[in-house]
Ligand binder design. Sequence first.
Ligand SMILES: NC(=O)c1ccc[n+]([C@@H]2O[C@H](COP(=O)([O-])OP(=O)(O)OC[C@H]3O[C@@H](n4cnc5c(N)ncnc54)[C@H](O)[C@@H]3O)[C@@H](O)[C@H]2O)c1
Length: 316
Amino acid sequence: MSKILITGACGQLGSELTSELRNIYGTDNVIASDIREPNEYIGDGPFEHLDVMNKGRIEEVIEKYNITVLYHLAALLSANAEKNIDLAWKLNMDGLLNVLNIAREKNLERIFWPSSIAVFGPDAPKKDTPQNTATNPTTVYGITKVAGEQWCAYFYNKFSVDVRSLRYPGLIGYKSLPGGGTTDYAVDIYHKALAGETFTCFLEADAALPMMYMSDAVKATIDLMQVPEEKVKVRTSYNVSAISFTPEEIANSIKKQIPDFEIEYEPDYRQEIASSWPDSIDDSAARSDWGWKHEFDLDKMTADILENLPQIIEKA
Ligand SMILES: NC(=O)c1ccc[n+]([C@@H]2O[C@H](COP(=O)([O-])OP(=O)(O)OC[C@H]3O[C@@H](n4cnc5c(N)ncnc54)[C@H](O)[C@@H]3O)[C@@H](O)[C@H]2O)c1
């Protein structure tokens, strides 16, 4: 039985991934860790305070629980990274290199590390951005993800570390608040719609971006980690996609259920980041190599969030 450690487990993705991994592998086999306090969504299972920049502390936790599989999620996200470029480089790179070196030294079975569509900059084709194309990111977050992808491929090719990765699009979940990314508006918009407030969007009305509902992101992650090693042919990071929409389109999807909902636009520095990213992604390699398939389109996601978010808000 795998013993799993998750770093950055209290984040937007980590909360939901931890709870799903605990459903599959058993609570005691999934150790959540973060520099923050645990939240209610990751449940009552084992938790460790762990700073991923401290290699000795990661080793200590791995030895304590006999960890075999590690999901390394801790990172500084795109919008926050632009505000603190030194920390972004240090956290995103040192954290990953600590994990890869430990995986090599301790012969860990498997590692997951998320990349992002932020690897692509203005030189990449905007529509159906291919798996392999110019990246040339213009954000520090994108630079850390391109470098991280190359480290993953290097550790796989040189040291046989079985590290697997996905280039997530913007992730939309309702269970926890996002951590300072450029696609955070697509979470906040549902909160404002349910509160009966006008939503002020920090992107322009027609800023199309690739997005994915959190349950699809969790499924993609676990699917990739469960397939046999030989099926994982891309060792940098797989393009994965589900839906692509603009702020105007998500607002119209909400209006189908809340007709009075209103949106206004006040683009800020995050519009510049969004403009440098793809509108949509070609993920045919993921679909053919290991059978990736998304479940949620825009209206199905909107219906699910508007049905479930009120209970979360009530509890908070
Ligand atoms: N959310 C998205 O839209 C998105 C898109 C593409 C890629 N990703 C990637 O997925 C991963 C998880 O993203 P998320 O949305 O859950 O981010 P998040 O900001 O919500 O969570 C990150 C977590 O890492 C923790 N953390 C920060 N510094 C740490 C440190 N030094 N040691 C240990 N933990 C630390 C934070 O406390 C936080 O709980 C990241 O690698 C991110 O780059 C996310």
